[in-house]
Design a protein around this ligand. Structure first.
Ligand code: SF4
Length: 100
C-alpha cells in the first residue's frame, strides 16, 4: 500500500496577507466600478443620455422605435422612454446600447 505524505500546511501568515491583499484589491476595483457606474447613471438610476451617446437621429437604419428597450409614447411619433436610458426618448433616436 502506497502512502503519500500530506501536503504541507500553508504558511498562515502568508495566507492571511494574501487574503488581505485580495480583499483590498476587490475593494478598490468595486469602488472604482461603482463610481464609474454612478457617473453614467442619472438620478432615476438609468443611464444618462450622454453616457450612451444618445442622439435624436437614426443610425444605420437603427432607431429607438425598433429597439428592444424602447417604451413607446402615446402615439407612434410621440416621444417615449427607454428601459436603460433616462429622459424622454425620440422614436427616431438612437444610442450605442441599441438592441434589435
Ligand atoms: S437603448 Fe438606446 S437605442 Fe434603445 S431605445 Fe434606449 S435610447 Fe433608444
Amino acid at each position: 500500500m502506497e502512502h503519500t505524505a500530506p501536503h504541507p500546511a500553508p504558511n498562515q501568515a502568508q495566507r492571511r496577507a494574501f487574503l488581505r491583499s485580495g480583499g483590498l484589491l476587490l475593494t478598490v476595483v468595486t469602488t472604482g466600478a461603482m463610481l464609474a457606474s454612478r457617473q453614467a447613471r442619472a438620478d432615476d438610476g438609468l443611464l444618462s443620455q450622454a453616457s450612451v451617446h444618445y442622439q435624436t437621429m437614426p443610425h444605420d437604419g437603427q432607431h429607438c422605435s425598433n429597439c428592444a428597450y424602447f417604451i413607446p409614447g402615446q402615439a407612434a411619433t410621440a416621444t417615449g422612454n427607454c428601459r436603460l436610458v433616462g429622459g424622454t426618448i425620440d422614436p427616431d433616436g438612437w444610442c450605442v446600447r441599441f438592441s434589435s
